[in-house]
Ligand binder design. Structure first.
Ligand code: CP
Ligand code: NVA
Length: 322
């Protein structure tokens, strides 16, 4: 009997899961994190996926996602097979169909960093095993898990908190925060210049979810409006992977959205700062914020591993975690 609602599913964006399912991932992640910290020997012995394997395919560079997924897979007792160089996966122009239908004969889940959302969606449509989005141009839902886990750790709750995101409102992180905030019933204010605001379709998808949970989603141009009374202040690089050629132009457009100690003072008492990393210190955020006591960037990075261990466990196991 299958009693785990996530078994066999894909995770391509946060809206793929219900808030109850996302909460299950976060709770499982917190339990794994505690277990590994308090009793690593018993945690190691509980690795349930001996003999199974997870392929990690990176079509863009990665530090955190690659290493945190490799460690998460190892902690589950499975083998991680990383394909990130130019001689693997799609390098010879093989069709998505052939690549997926071959890979699933060898492995039990696929973790993929890619470009268009439609490309990973097509891969997931071909594969009959779980496919996890490890970042596309549109979404970064595994980073979303780690970030909402970190916020929950800091505040003990998510519902009702105000999240301010400053900078490139059209990128994968902005879209991910809209979806997560909508599902968890938060207030999210995305402050971004005209021309760099969220994709209208993704915003509308998130608004539909927000209507069910009481979340409030606002897109504006004013960084001050976003920062005012925010509990969580977040930014991301101004030129995401694939947009490096626009870097000089973007630095000029985004300069008013830089997070400094002065702008952070507008946030609520006890506010925290998050950044998915890699950060461009001196551009979207200053050292004084990155290295402040309220910055939770390294906990956030650590939580990638725990959240992804929980996610893979739930996608790959018929049973709920003990
Ligand atoms: N935050 C994140 O996904 O980092 P990497 O690009 O290094 O994987
Ligand atoms: N928005 C960034 C996130 C990196 C983890 C990018 O896509 O490059």
């Amino acid at each position: 009997m299958i009693d785990n609602p996530l078994y066999g599913r894909d995770y391509l964006r946060m809206l793929d899961l219900t808030v109850q399912e996302l909460q299950l991932v976060l709770d499982t992640a917190a339990a794994f994190k505690n277990r590994w910290a308090s009793d690593p020997i018993s945690a190691q012995q509980q690795a349930p996926f001996t003999g199974q394997a997870v392929a990690i395919i990176m079509e863009k560079p990665s530090l955190r996602t690659r290493v945190s997924f490799e460690r998460a897979v190892e902690r589950l007792g499975a083998q991680a097979i990383v394909m990130s160089d130019t001689t693997s996966a799609f390098s010879r122009g093989e069709s998505l169909q052939d690549t997926m239908l071959v890979l699933e004969r060898y492995v039990d889940a696929l973790v993929i960093r890619s470009f268009d959302q439609s490309r990973i969606q097509e891969m997931a449509d071909w594969a009959t095993i779980p496919v996890v989005n490890a970042l596309t141009d549109a979404f970064h839902p595994c980073q979303g898990l780690a970030d909402f886990m970190t916020i929950q750790e800091c505040f003990g709750q998510l519902k009702g908190l105000k999240l301010a995101y400053l900078g490139d409102g059209a990128n994968n992180m902005a879209h991910t925060y809209l979806e997560g905030a909508a599902l968890f019933g938060m207030q999210a204010v995305i402050a971004a210049p005209a021309g760099y605001q969220p994709d209208p379709q993704y915003l509308s998808d998130a608004q539909a979810s927000a209507a069910q949970t009481g979340a409030e989603l606002i897109v504006c141009e004013s960084p001050e409006e976003a920062l005012a009374g925010a509990n969580v202040v977040i930014t991301d690089s101004w030129a995401s992977m694939g947009f490096e050629a626009e870097h000089a132009k973007r630095v000029e457009v985004f300069r008013p959205y830089q997070v400094s100690m002065e702008s952070f003072k507008l946030a609520a008492e006890g506010a925290i700062f998050l950044h998915c990393l890699p950060a461009h210190r001196g551009e979207e955020v200053l050292d004084e914020v990155m290295d402040a006591g309220f910055s939770r960037i390294y906990d956030e990075a650590e939580n990638r591993m725990h959240a992804q261990q929980a996610l893979l466990y739930l996608l790959m196991s018929k049973e709920m975690p003990a």
